[in-house]
Design a protein around this ligand. Sequence first.
Ligand SMILES: C[S@@+](CC[C@H](N)C(=O)[O-])C[C@H]1O[C@@H](n2cnc3c(N)ncnc32)[C@H](O)[C@@H]1O
Length: 274
Amino acid sequence: METPEGAATNRRAEATQDARSHAVELPSDTEPTLRLLEQYSGIDPKDVPGLVRQVVMVEQQAQALTVFPYGCIKSFWFLNLVPTLDDPRYQAVAERLRTPRSTETFLDVGCCLGPVVRLLASQGVPDDRLHGTDLHAGFLDLGHELFGDRGRSRATYVAGDILDESDARLDVLRGKIDIIYALAFFHLFEREGQLEAAKRMVGFLRPENPRVMIFGQNQGPKIEGWEKYVLDPGRWTSLWEEVGRATGTRWRTEMEVESTDKWNNVRFGVYRIV
Ligand SMILES: C[S@@+](CC[C@H](N)C(=O)[O-])C[C@H]1O[C@@H](n2cnc3c(N)ncnc32)[C@H](O)[C@@H]1O
C-alpha cells in the first residue's frame, strides 16, 4: 500500500514533470518585473524565462505537498507590478520613502515573493527600511531565489499569520512601521478576517508618527457574494471605525471603485486621525 510520504513524492514528481513539459509564456504585464530582474538582480534577460519556470516548478512541488489556496503564482500575478506602478498612492509613497533624511519604514503584507520590496529598493529606497511578510515562509524563500538577493539585501522578511494574534513571529514588526501596503490581500477574507488583519496592522504602525498610512487594492469578479470580500466605500469606512474602537485609534478612509462589466477593482488609503 502507498504510504502518505510515497504519495507526496509521487505528486511532487508529477508536478515537476508537468512544469517541465509546459513552456513559460509570460503575460505582457510582467514586463516591469522582467526589467527589475535585469536591473536589480543583474539577471541576463535570456535567463529570465528559465528562472521563472524554476520558481513555478518549485511552487508546484510545494503545492503538491501542502496545498496553497492562492492562484498568485500559477497566474503569474506574482510577476505583475503594473497595478502597483499605476497606483498614485504607490508613486507618492515611493517619493516619500526616498526623501533625504527620511527614516520611515515600509511593510508589504501578504508580499508573496516580495517584488514590491525589490521594486522600492531598485527605485532608491534604502533597503534596511523595507519589510515584507507572508503566511508562507516558502514564498519568501522563493523570492530570494528569484531575485538572487539572499545575504545581499538588508530588507526584513518575516513569515507569520496576520490573522493569528498569538503568532509571535510577527512581534518584530510591532510599532516599527510607518507605511503598510496590502495588494490583493484584504479581499482574501470576509469582514471578520479583514477586521483581525486590520487590527494587527494597526499594532505594526509606529504610534508616534501622525502620518502613518495603509494603502492597497482589492479586486473581485462581479458574482453574487463577492461584496463580502471586496468591501464598498461605506463598508470600508465602517470596518475602520470598528478597528478604531477596538484599538483606541481613529482612521480616515479613502476608496476609489473602478468597475467593469465583470470586475470590481478598488484602491484604498487609510490614514490616522490625530
Ligand atoms: C493573492 S496573493 C497576493 C500577493 C501579493 N500581494 C500580490 O498582489 O502579488 C495573497 C498573499 O497573501 C498571503 N496570505 C494569505 N493569508 C495570509 C495570512 N493569514 N497572513 C499573512 N499572509 C497571508 C498569501 O500567502 C499570498 O502570498
